[in-house]
Design a protein around this ligand. Structure first.
Ligand SMILES: Cc1cc2nc3c(=O)[nH]c(=O)nc-3n(C[C@H](O)[C@H](O)[C@H](O)COP(=O)(O)OP(=O)(O)OC[C@H]3O[C@@H](n4cnc5c(N)ncnc54)[C@H](O)[C@@H]3O)c2cc1C
Length: 390
């Protein structure tokens, strides 16, 4: 079997793997970087199955700052990622995010709002009357108000992934189709990766960017990660009554969310406690008709007449420890870097995470210090709190 050597091997070529590869090569063009991807058509990659939301409405300072950086990157993404005159279009539409708040959520929502504003974010507090004035179809019974981020919005996740991939490729990243079945180690350090074909690749650095498969990949090196693959479903519906203007992403107190998709469709979803853990991609329309539709129609009575057009199921990589990203070198295995556990908000974090991981690996001072997400917290039992949003 052949054996190739690299400065860094990235397991998983989704948006995280491609962003890390791009940032490594942008930082040091002499590096040799391999990206191993088992599903190069990205049929099951979360990056291609996400609903593409990006918001500064988080409650943890670093999550807010990550999104602020993402918004800056989107401004110049086409120009920066152009390859031989072809520029990607991530189609970032700043149609806003509206988070509804009831009495119980008012204090934490206002605390988060104050922090977002303190960090320079433009987020507004709307009373129920303001919500109804802007969106007359909404029934605000039981709602205390809402936070509205006019700069939040949604993008095409697949385009973001392919933008990073094409640019990393043009800078010399080696994309390898294959499945990593073992992260190999020697003397307490990473030594490379073995593929299902039996081929081995040598490297002192392996970056786990395997998304919902992250725990499985880490386990091959004896590392237990608290990251579960959890099925999440999305529904595209055609309502008989159309809103007059595009709807922002509206997040109800229960966690049900919906937003306009194109001219006349809506995207709807909700994370449910009973969503199964495992690699299950079966989409079930009855999930919508039985559980989500009644709730949607209670908030927007005009949506009691609609048609389900299509939908899909994908996987969240849920960090069961604290729901936040796990970023950095695993303290008990030198050379194993993690970019895992994004728990449903990783797409919007890919620009900052890729840059941060590249800075850590190349020993460059971090532009945005994300050490709060370091994996040591898992070993020390220190969890990071982020309010439950979507
Ligand atoms: C329905 C849904 C909605 C979402 N909505 C949002 C949203 O609105 N906003 C947001 O920010 N995020 C959202 N997310 C989350 C977001 O999609 C993810 O956090 C992000 O895409 C993670 O990127 P990734 O590269 O880590 O994972 P992925 O895109 O899943 O890529 C991981 C890759 O690793 C590969 N791989 C796995 N194991 C191996 C192996 N052993 N060898 C080789 N390759 C391997 C897989 O094939 C896969 O392509 C959503 C996700 C879903 C499912």
């Amino acid at each position: 079997m052949s054996r190739q050597e690299f400065d860094a091997i990235i397991v998983g070529g989704g948006v995280m793997g491609c962003s890390v590869a791009y940032h490594l090569l942008a930082t040091d063009p002499t590096l040799s970087v391999a990206v191993i991807e088992s599903d190069p058509g990205y049929a099951r990659a979360s990056s291609a199955l996400s609903v593409g939301n990006a918001r500064i409405q988080f409650s943890l300072q670093q999550n807010i700052q990550i999104s602020q950086y993402t918004f800056e990157v989107f401004e110049r993404f086409a120009e920066e990622m152009a390859v031989e005159g072809t520029a990607p279009d991530v189609a970032f539409k700043r149609e806003g995010n509206l988070f509804l708040v009831d009495a119980g959520k008012r204090a934490p929502a206002q605390e988060a709002l104050a922090l977002q504003r303190q960090l320079g974010g433009e987020v507004e507090w709307w009373s129920p009357a303001q919500i109804r004035e802007r969106f007359p179809l909404f029934d605000t019974t039981g709602v205390e108000g809402a936070t509205f981020g006019p700069g939040d919005g949604h993008l095409d996740g697949y385009a973001l992934l392919m933008g990073y991939r094409a640019k990393a490729n043009s800078l010399g990243a080696n994309y390898v189709e294959g499945e990593v079945v073992e992260i190999t180690t020697r003397g307490g350090k990473v030594s490379g990766a073995r593929l299902a074909t039996g081929e081995t690749l040598a490297s002192p650095i392996v970056v786990n960017c395997a998304g919902a498969w992250a725990a499985r990949v880490a386990a091959t090196a004896g590392v237990q990660l608290p990251v579960d693959p959890v099925k999440r479903q999305v529904f595209v519906v055609d309502t008989e009554v159309k809103p007059e203007t595009p709807l922002p992403l509206v997040n109800l107190v229960s966690g049900l969310y919906f937003r306009s998709e194109g001219e006349d469709r809506l995207l709807v979803g909700k994370s449910l406690a009973e969503d199964p853990v495992g690699f299950d991609f079966v989409w079930e329309e009855k999930r919508f008709t039985e559980q989500l539709w009644p709730e949607l129609a209670a908030f927007v009575p005009a949506f009691d007449r609609l048609r389900v057009v299509r939908g899909w199921a994908g996987l969240y990589a849920v960090n069961t420890f604290d729901g936040n990203a796990i970023l950095g070198e695993w303290p008990e295995l030198g050379g194993l870097y993690l970019a895992n556990g994004f728990s449903g908000h990783g797409l919007q974090q890919a620009p900052a995470v890729g840059r941060y991981l590249a800075e850590l690996i190349t020993g460059t001072d971090p532009t945005l210090d994300l050490s709060v997400f370091g994996p040591r917290r898992l070993l020390d039992g220190r969890s990071l709190t982020e309010s439950e949003l979507i």
